[in-house]
Design a protein around this ligand. Structure first.
Ligand code: GDP
Ligand code: IMO
Ligand code: MG
Length: 428
């Protein structure tokens, strides 16, 4: 089967953009299935940096079709800006970029609600990206959302907004925001509708027709399994299913048609925003990982929290997603550290466990049980095979693979497309 999912196996920012870009050279279609412009996926090509937020990371490869699936939430202004920026770099959209008519629209008031709610939560805030993601998904499941297809029928969009204006204004007032002005919104959206109309399409049919023609499809996850609304560290999560199940619901592709599922995994752990993080390092080592790994958010620029690799969490992620492979990234960042620790169990209430708990308080109190592995000093960014890696780096990656019982498809040793050891073609 030639439909492959690439998703985040940890708390996001694992390097999904790099891995999707790498496989995109062989893909016919690259499709996002959830999240919105809270994502920031970095791709480096010939010393040029691209950061994709809403647009699939496949767009940089000329031959690919790029689709934004029904599970994604789209902020039209941010999308147009991203398209304009990429167009300046010579990237063409006409005929090779489409957005699902079923995708939900992030409205200006969603962003205001998101920011205000966070403000009011004070030290209990989630640490969201402020992009309106939660309020938009809440309206989706509350059956009052605006969909991209509605931009093609503005009187209908207005009718829908008017239908729940009272509720929206009640929320606005509760949050200390001014009343919502539908005339202003409609005037703004008339412009977006005109510019985006050529790109709004029935992506469900498009992608299924591509599959029927045996084309190679890559489904690009955003965020990560531990930020998933169902399986993450709730409520410190995003509002969609970035895990493997979301790939079907967010595209309209049957689970029967999915082949490989790749979990992109950093060789250590990072997290942005609030919430439990058992292996977090608040000392010099955490600082060293942040500095060497350039761990600052691709969307918000916030410093990422850093810690040792958490294999309890990774094993959970392998189970939830049924990962067929791991794409291990940023192994090079660990070069020069004498002693590497990996978490193999949690101690909760004095008892050791290898299960990832649903209970937030239990997770917050979990003490990591570490084993130490010897580090290596060599620069590994030019390694082209596992055999070329220092013996201790080989042992480190073997330990991970054995613990989670999942093979690698890629080991990434640098930011560039070519600083990659490819072991398996996920489309083969
Ligand atoms: P994503 O959200 O999962 O696509 O990841 P981000 O782009 O937010 O963050 C990953 C960061 O790590 C980016 O700056 C990438 O350029 C960088 N990166 C990806 N793979 C590697 C790697 O193997 N080594 C190093 N040093 N950096 C990497
Ligand atoms: P990519 O795709 C890392 C985090 C936020 C916050 C929580 C909820 O680049 O890996 P939201 O704005 O989604 O309501 O915020 O989720 N978050 C991410 N963390 N990478 C991301 O995306 C993220 N998208 C959201 O920091 O903790
Ligand atoms: Mg990111």
């Amino acid at each position: 089967m030639s439909t492959s999912v690439v998703l985040g196996a940890q708390w996001g920012d694992e390097g999904k953009g790099k891995i999707v870009d790498m496989y995109s050279s062989r893909a016919d279609v690259v499709m996002r299935y959830q999240g919105g412009h809270n994502a920031g996926h970095t791709v480096w090509v010939n010393n040029k940096k691209y950061v994709l937020h809403l647009i699939p990371s496949g767009i940089i490869h000329k031959g690919t079709m790029n689709l934004v699936g029904n599970g994604v939430v789209v902020e039209p202004c941010a999308l147009l800006k991203e398209m304009q920026d990429l167009a300046q770099d010579g990237i063409v959209f006409k005929g090779r970029f489409f957005i699902s008519d079923r995708a939900q629209v992030i409205m200006p008031f969603h962003m205001d609600f998101d920011k205000k709610r966070e403000e009011r939560k004070g030290d209990k805030k989630i640490g969201t990206t402020g992009r309106g993601i939660g309020p938009c998904y809440a309206d989706k499941v509350g059956r009052s959302g605006i969909r991209m297809g509605d931009l093609l029928n503005l009187p209908y969009m207005r009718e829908k907004l008017e239908g729940h204006l009272d509720e929206l204004n009640a929320q606005a007032q509760y949050l200390g925001l001014p009343n919502i002005n539908i005339d202003n919104i409609m005037a703004e959206f008339a412009g977006y509708a005109k510019e985006l109309a050529p790109y709004i399409a029935d992506t469900v049919t498009m992608v299924n027709e591509a599959i029927a023609k045996n084309q190679k499809i890559m489904l690009e996850g955003a965020q990560g399994t531990l930020l998933d609304i169902d399986f993450g560290t709730y409520p410190y999560v995003t509002s969609s299913n970035g895990s493997a199940g979301g790939a079907c619901c967010g595209t309209g592709i049957s689970p029967r048609l999915i082949g490989t599922i790749v979990g992109v995994t950093k060789a250590y752990c990072t997290r942005v925003g609030e919430g439990p993080f058992p292996t977090e390092l608040l000392d010099d080592m955490g600082e060293q990982l942040r500095k060497n790994g350039h761990e600052f958010g691709a969307t918000t620029g916030r410093p990422r929290r850093c810690g040792w690799l958490d294999l309890v969490a990774l094993k959970f992620s392998c189970m939830i997603n049924g990962l067929s492979h791991i794409a291990l990234t940023k192994l090079d960042v660990l070069s020069g550290i004498d002693e590497l620790k990996v978490c193999v169990a949690y101690k909760i209430d004095g008892k050791e466990t290898t299960s990832f708990p649903a209970d937030l308080a239990a997770l917050a109190s979990a003490e990591p049980v570490y084993i130490s592995l010897p580090g290596w000093k060599e620069d590994i960014t030019k390694a082209k095979s596992v055999a070329e890696l220092p013996v201790n780096a080989q042992s480190y990656i073997k330990f991970i693979k054995d613990f989670v019982n999942t093979d690698y498809c890629v080991v990434s040793v640098g930011t560039d497309r070519f600083e990659t050891i490819e072991l398996i073609d996920v489309f083969a």
